[in-house]
Every structure is written in C-alpha cells, then in structure tokens.
Design a protein around this ligand. Structure first.
Ligand code: KG4
Ligand code: ZN
Length: 352
C-alpha cells in the first residue's frame, strides 16, 4: 500500500489541499479560489476569508480522498501552513490539521508558507518535472501579493534572506494600480491582460532603489507616481491610456525584479535561479526572465502557474523533508501572522 502525506494551505484567500507520496510526487492538488467573495470589496476581507475556509476545507479533503479511493490509513502525516498569513485563515487550517492528526493518530507538521514557494521548483507531478540541472544552491525570488523576498536557498531548511521589499509587495502594487484604474480584482492578471496592447515605454515610471547596492525592493514610489498620473487625467483619458499605463507600470516592476535576480546570482556565484509566487504568472516577467537566463547562462526554474500561486502541493514539499527526518510539531502548534526569526538565515553574506 502506497503512503501519502496530506497538505493543507489556508494562509490567505485560497483553500487548497494536496496529496504527496513519500518520494515527493504530487498525486493531486485541489484548490478553491475565493476571488468571487472578495471581488466587490476590491481586496481580501479577512473575516470573509476565514469563514470561506471553514466552509470549504473539509469538503475539499473529502473530495480529494474520494477521487483517489483513499482512506485515512494511507496518510502518514498532515502538513499545514502555520505562518505567515491572515491569522483567522491560518487558524482554520492549523486546527483542522490537528483534529485530523489526532483522529488518525499521525503527526502534524506546521510549516512556513514562504518555504513552500521557495521549494515549488522541486515539485513533480504527471505534467511537471523540475528544470534540468536545477538544484541547491539557488537564488529564489518569491513574489506575490504578500511577499517580495529574495533568498539564497542553500539546502532544505537553509534559506538565506538576501533582500525583501521595504514597503509594498509587487503583487500588492499591481492590485493597487488595478483598483485605481477600475480594473477587476485580483489586479495582477487584469494589468497583465491590459498591458498586452500597451506601449511599455510610454510612461517612464520610477524603478525603486535602482541605484542602491542593496538587494531590497521598494514599490511605493512607483505606486505614488501612478496615482499622481491617473488623478491628473480625465476619466476618458484614463480609459484610453489604460493599456499604456499598465504596460509601463508592469515594465517598471519586471525590470527591478530581474535586475535583483541577476545581481543576486552574480554576488552569490550560483547558476540556478527560480521565480515563484503569484506574480511569477505575469507574462512579461516570464518572457523577460527566460531571456535573462539565456543571456547570462542561468538555469531558470519557472514552475507552472498552478504551483506558483498559493497551493497545498508546495506546502506538502516543505513538510515532507521534515516528515522523512522524523521532525513533527508540538500539539500546541498555533498560527502566527509573521514568519519566525528562525525560519530564515538573516546574514546576507553567503558562507565562504
Ligand atoms: O501567491 P499568490 O496567489 O498569493 C499570495 O501569497 O499573495 O499571489 C497573488 C498575487 C496577487 O497580488 C495577484 O494580483 C498577483 O499575484 N498576480 C499577478 C498575476 N497573476 C497573479 N501579478 C501580475 N501578473 C499576473 N499575471
Ligand atoms: Zn503565497
């Protein structure tokens, strides 16, 4: 009988469950988006998000088990996102994981959501295999609605934080631009879509911290510049210029992300780089990242969209190496809005 781990992700607004075998192969991942519930508010309402997780989570687990004729005796551990995220949302996942773990007599492993994004390039499923030659150590850019973090991933559990945003996350910047322009939520895909027909050089938006030596990011200046531009235009002009504003804004974000990846690869002298998180679904970012990798001779891991946006499969992988080492969480595991200091290595200097 094959043994699996069950993974649960509820840190933000997507409810997701997955089954992974002990060799890391994803048997299946089922996710339920809450976009419709939050659309009319133009952003995530935490109270609604946790309520939807409560309604959706156990039926999704049920559906996953039925699809694969699984029984609880085939599950060796439950892995769950315990931090960072919306506390009410995390609480639903953590409490459900503990209840299932206790009922089934298996360990529960709480993991950091960002570690899931970092490890996503190693996911394997019937339709995806890791990029050839891709391995530790690698430069990982995790870029989503909640995070813009640059790491040197040295091995499982060793993630050196090289840089992070000092203000907004890149996805948050896309979402805010979309809101100002009256585009549908979530903003990133809407801006990406509009930008297809736009001139990316029409508006020279600022590239935050461009001349800085640090590997940090800043998107607040870009957001303010876009706000000033849009507020100075008549509504008809905003409508006409929308594709160009979106394309120029997107170009500014993509440029700074790629400049930082290239600088990090050069400083750390690694050849493998990865791009994950919801924003890595951006079409311009993907095509320019591929061009950069070719130009600099880098091995680029760019997982498919289903493994880039929030999903339980990546959470499973962050727990699996711990399960295999016999590491498990205490039964008093609780959710935490922030990462723990110990989740990442904070010295930006790679070991000699
Ligand atoms: O990783 P994710 O699903 O959830 C978080 O952990 O935040 O990322 C969601 C973010 C949102 O800000 C969304 O607007 C952005 O990813 N996003 C995109 C695109 N698709 C999703 N941003 C730019 N272009 C896209 N195509
Ligand atoms: Zn995420």
């Amino acid at each position: 009988m094959k043994i699996y781990i069950l993974a649960i992700e509820t840190s933000c607004d997507d409810t997701s469950v997955a089954l992974l075998s002990h060799d890391g192969e994803v048997l299946d991942v089922l996710s339920q988006s809450q976009d419709e519930s939050h659309q009319k508010f133009g952003g995530i309402v935490p109270e609604i998000a946790s309520r939807r997780h409560t309604e959706n989570l156990l039926p999704l687990v049920d559906q996953l088990f039925k699809r694969h004729s699984m029984t609880s005796s085939m599950v060796s551990a439950v892995v769950v996102t315990a931090r960072p995220g919306l506390v009410g949302s995390l609480l639903v996942g953590v409490m459900t994981a503990k209840a299932l773990g206790l009922a089934w007599g298996v360990p529960v492993v709480g993991v950091n959501h960002i570690e899931g994004h970092i490890l996503a390039p190693f996911l394997r499923s019937f339709d995806y295999a890791p990029a050839e030659g891709f391995d530790f150590p690698f430069v990982s850019l995790v870029v989503s609605g909640g995070h813009t973090h640059l790491f040197l991933a040295e091995s499982y559990g060793q993630y050196r934080l090289l840089g992070r945003t000092r203000d907004d996350a890149a996805g948050e910047a896309f979402d805010k631009l979309a809101k100002m322009m009256g585009l549908p939520y979530p903003g990133g895909p809407s801006v990406d879509q509009q930008a297809q027909d736009g001139d990316f050089a029409r508006y020279p938006f600022p590239r935050g911290l461009r001349d800085s030596d640090s590997l940090d990011f800043s998107f607040s200046g870009l957001k303010s510049a876009a706000r000033r531009l849009v507020e100075a235009m008549e509504p008809k002009m905003v409508e006409r210029e929308c594709p160009h504003i979106c394309a120029s804004f997107q170009e500014a974000v993509v440029d700074v992300l790629l400049v930082r990846i290239a600088a990090a690869a050069e400083r750390t002298k690694v050849r493998c780089v990865s791009l994950t998180g919801g924003v890595s679904a951006n079409s311009r970012l993907r095509s320019k990242a591929l061009a950069l990798a070719q130009d600099k001779g880098l091995i680029l891991a760019l997982p498919p969209k289903k493994f880039c946006t929030d999903n339980a499969a990546m959470i499973g992988l962050a727990g699996l190496w711990r399960v295999l080492k016999g590491v498990q969480s205490d039964w008093n595991l609780s959710p935490c809005a922030q990462s723990w200091e110990s989740d990442f290595v904070h010295s930006t200097k790679p070991p000699a």
